[in-house]
Design a protein around this ligand. Structure first.
Ligand SMILES: [Zn+2]
Length: 407
């Protein structure tokens, strides 16, 4: 090509054309395996099977025939949850062998003939991006707005099911079969990162809904958020999208507190800078300009943190405890000073309802709309064949949200 006799536009066009036509070569892929992505559905799918403690093997299984109510989803990505990490390390649920991954999302590549709408009544079509929530094995008639169902505790979710004959029932895989009777949501209007964050965000939507039942959390409330891991950071984001502006974040790590500010915390308090609970409570009071918090969210799994948080709350204030997903042991409080004398209203929060799940989609759009850096919560992306590294990173508590992203 003679650069002098061709105009730049033509060169660019030619380069783009060549790029477009270049055969997509993937390392370590013979071209006849399940992870090719040319639009065709392969015969088999890889799954990441936890076969022993701290041991995940990639196994390959046939993609089964779909029933009339089933959906085949090509997995795009899935977050590693704290629950997964516990199962990986200790198998507390006794699920081994199991395909984990419940914070997943992907694209519909095949549907049974009866599948028309998602759980919120939206149309479902090939190519739609979806997430799944719970599976009502025991009660398939339950509707998403059944207010008697407090949360999904006790319901099944994909990625925490015992291995079955299809094996494609967890999101750490190339493909997953969403069976009839499961909940599924069309979330094509959210980007991949947002879709992976839906499940952890739903936990906070639920916590804030629980907090609202106290009638203490209001537009101009002073709110303290203790713990700035993913849960605490998302808590701050949810509060900001509700118009709550006066938020003090408490944590022991300067880096996390920096991020808390980016997420919308007004002030931060590093508990390592203050010796003893009195000094720490004084620092929180200081951060609110000489007043204690109206409301507090406890987002750590530390019993000491639970004991401390009452000292940050004003008389007549409220507390939402949501940090203890697992039994972290007993916490000591003084019922007289901490609860009675101050008349603190306390709520606990655990996972979410289906209604919270649908609210979460709107939250994620609003968070983006007001410029909160939600996608920065995803600090690690591993390919499926490096999933063991993803778990090791999660267990080392490095970064925030660790994910597996399929090519
Ligand atoms: Zn989870």
């Amino acid at each position: 090509m003679d650069i002098n006799s061709t105009n730049i536009e033509d060169i660019v066009k030619q380069v783009l054309q060549e790029l477009g036509q270049a055969p997509a070569k993937k390392e370590g892929c013979s071209g006849n395996c399940s992870h090719k992505s040319n639009g065709e559905i392969p015969k088999t799918s890889r799954v990441a099977m936890l076969t022993d403690l701290e041991k995940i093997e990639l196994q390959e299984y046939p993609i089964p025939e779909l029933g009339d109510d089933d959906i085949l989803v090509k997995v795009e990505g899935c977050g590693v949850c704290g629950t997964d990490a516990h199962e990986y390390k200790r198998d507390p649920f006794g699920l081994i062998p199991v395909v984990l991954g419940h914070e997943g999302t992907g694209e519909i590549v095949k549907m049974g003939k009866n599948v028309k709408k998602d759980s919120a009544g939206k149309d479902l079509n090939l190519g739609d991006k979806v997430v799944s929530c719970m599976i009502f094995k025991d009660n398939p008639d339950i509707t998403m707005f059944d207010l008697n169902k407090q949360n999904v505790g006790g319901a099944d979710v994909y990625g925490l099911l015992p291995d079955d004959s299809t094996h494609l029932n967890g999101w750490f895989a190339d493909y997953i079969v969403i069976r009839g009777g499961s909940t599924i949501f069309n979330v094509s209007d959210l980007d991949l990162e947002s879709r992976i964050l839906i499940e952890p965000c739903a936990v906070l939507i639920h916590a804030v809904e629980r907090a609202k039942t106290t009638n203490i959390l209001r537009f101009n409330s002073r709110v303290v958020v203790q713990g700035c891991g993913p849960i605490g950071l998302i808590c701050i984001a949810v509060l900001r999208t509700m118009g709550i502006e006066n938020i003090v974040a408490v944590d022991g790590e300067a880096k996390r507190l920096e991020f808390a500010k980016e997420m919308g915390a007004t002030k931060t308090v590093n508990f390592k800078d203050h010796k003893g609970i009195e000094a720490l409570a004084a620092a929180v009071e200081d951060a609110f300009g000489g007043k204690l918090a109206d409301f507090a969210f406890q987002c750590t799994g530390s019993p000491a943190a639970h004991s401390n948080i009452y000292k940050f709350i004003r008389s007549g204030g409220g507390l939402c405890e949501l940090g203890f997903f697992i039994n972290g042991g007993d916490a000591t409080i003084n019922p007289h000073f901490d609860i009675c004398a101050k008349e603190i209203t306390t709520v606990g929060s655990w996972v979410y309802t289906l209604r919270d799940y649908a609210t979460t989609f709107d939250f994620l759009k609003r968070a983006k709309g007001i410029g909160l850096p939600m996608n920065k919560l995803i600090t690690h992306k591993y390919p499926l064949d490096k999933i063991n590294d993803a778990y090791v990173t999660n267990l080392k508590m490095e970064g925030l949200k660790v994910t597996v992203i399929n090519e």
